[in-house]
Design a protein around this ligand. Sequence first.
Ligand SMILES: C[S@@+](CC[C@H](N)C(=O)[O-])C[C@H]1O[C@@H](n2cnc3c(N)ncnc32)[C@H](O)[C@@H]1O
Length: 303
Amino acid sequence: MENKSTYRSFMDSRYFSIKHTNYFDVYDQLLAKFVGETITFVEIGILDGGSLFMWRDFLGKNARIIGVDLNPEATKWREHGFEIFIGDQSNSLFWSDFFKEIGDIHVLLDDGGHRNDQQIITTRCALPHILDGGLIIIEDTQTSFMKFENFQKYSFVNFLKDKINSLNARSDELNIKKDIFSSSVHSIEFFAGICVLHVNRSLSTSTQRIENDGSRNNATDFRYTSDGAMQSFLRASYDWISWDYLSDNRIKKYPRTSKFLQVRLVRGIVRLVIIPIRFANYLFLQLFNLYNLKKLMRQLKNR
Ligand SMILES: C[S@@+](CC[C@H](N)C(=O)[O-])C[C@H]1O[C@@H](n2cnc3c(N)ncnc32)[C@H](O)[C@@H]1O
């Protein structure tokens, strides 16, 4: 911690500030690329002003540093060259006026009221105004795990966990509803007490499978070979009875059987028998997988 630039700026600040000991490694790692740059940095939560001076010292004189607080007395920091906005971070109207006035920004750091609704509204309202390559940093997210006034079920951390779905919605193999997080947030990082959204729209596009032109050795896919005997049997029999839906490969491999199966009546009868068996087989396979996973979870819990 002592060798971190943000820690030195924190200690050198002439006004009081509160942070946590593990934050400085995270700040240095996340913010190094902005040092000396002409950027707009917004911190929610001013209190005694110490962190405004810390950010100016760390980021350099080119950074435009903006503080937001509910306390009207915080305007006094304007005379030190900071832009100060007074407003409630849980009010979306405040944010629309705010961004209309200041424009898009590089970094938003939320060290305000730390309540779920405040963190969620702030993140959602700020997201469209974070430039590509920019960050939303939410501090003190340990409050998501505190009972007092903060319902854990609707915690900020749970809100962000759900956004993992939004990021995966970019896969064209999945049918998950996309939202603004799908199209703007490249990744989400979780630290102890800090959550970070890395905003980058050009990297948040849909993703597909891709194959190169390399020659195939027809290697056997071993992914299921470590399964137990029962699972292997269920999977093999599932595959076997899946003949009803013939793939090109199978037609090539078993031309006579496939021809027979193409006869409408045969196909109908086969379907009638096969569909329930296949369903039962699938159910058994799923139950077996569930049983194994639950066993694994129990084992991990005891470690
Ligand atoms: C933890 S302190 C900020 C500490 C400061 N960033 C530092 O590092 O020293 C929290 C600040 O958030 C402000 N705050 C609380 N609720 C707020 C809200 N709803 N909107 C804006 N600011 C709020 C408080 O007035 C207080 O100054």
